[in-house]
Every structure is written in structure tokens, then in C-alpha cells.
Design a protein around this ligand. Structure first.
Ligand code: MN
Length: 131
């Protein structure tokens, strides 16, 4: 596989409007996006492409984002990938629940685009520092 200089971001999202929004802003910023519409597909694409970052919706068909992230974080091939929850959940305790499942961080939906892109850049920069 050719090593691209461009960062690859996997978006796991079942809402077409949200998916389009995330795809458009990330591609505009020069990132390569790959997309999954459910958690099971997300796990498969994470293993196949080893993206630099995974943005994971929580409520998904077939397999939800919590279950998918648990699998990703327990697989030797994918466990080092940063996984960020994108969710409309805003109840007290939700953030703790996400982090317990293995998520590295949490962004509330609806997202504020400039803040969202700033965080994405920070996650990708953080990855570079570790390597
Ligand atoms: Mn959803």
C-alpha cells in the first residue's frame, strides 16, 4: 500500500446529513475520509485501512458505537487508533460511560465546526508526537 502524506479519517455515522457534513468539512481540510454506516462495518474498515483517527457515532444499526469501539480497542491491529465519540448524548455521566468503553474523547452533536476541526487537528498532532 502506498504511504500517503494525507491523514485518513474513518467516519462511522448512520445519519446521511451528519455524514455529509463531516465528510465535506474534513475533505475541505485535505483529509482523506472513509465511511461506515454501522459499527460492524466500522470495525472492518478500521482493520483494513488502519486510519489515523476514527470518529464514531454512538447510536448505529447492526452494532452500536460503544460495542464497535470496545472491539477496536481490544484488537492488536487497531487498539492504538484514536477513537472519538460523536454523540447527541448530553446527560450527566455519559462522558464517563464513553471513556469507560475505550473512547479517547467525546464531541457533542450538533458539532460546532471550527471547534470540531480544531479538535481533529489536535488528535492527529497528538498521534504524531507519540510515534
Ligand atoms: Mn446514529
Amino acid at each position: 500500500m502506498l504511504k500517503s502524506e494525507k491523514k485518513i479519517i474513518l467516519i462511522v455515522e448512520d445519519d446521511p446529513k451528519n455524514l455529509k457534513l463531516f465528510r465535506d468539512v474534513l475533505q475541505f481540510k485535505g483529509y482523506i475520509t472513509i465511511e461506515a454506516l454501522n459499527g460492524q462495518q466500522g470495525v472492518a474498515l478500521a482493520k483494513e485501512h488502519k486510519p489515523d483517527l476514527i470518529l464514531m457515532d454512538i447510536q448505529l444499526p447492526v452494532m452500536d458505537g460503544i460495542e464497535a469501539t470496545k472491539i477496536i480497542k481490544h484488537d492488536e491491529v487497531t487498539k492504538c487508533i484514536t477513537v472519538v465519540a460523536l454523540t447527541a448524548y448530553a446527560m450527566p455521566g455519559d462522558k464517563e460511560r464513553m471513556l469507560a468503553a475505550g473512547f479517547d474523547d467525546y464531541i457533542s452533536k450538533p458539532v460546532h465546526i471550527p471547534e470540531f476541526l480544531k479538535k481533529v487537528t489536535e488528535y492527529l498532532d497528538g498521534k504524531n508526537k507519540v510515534q
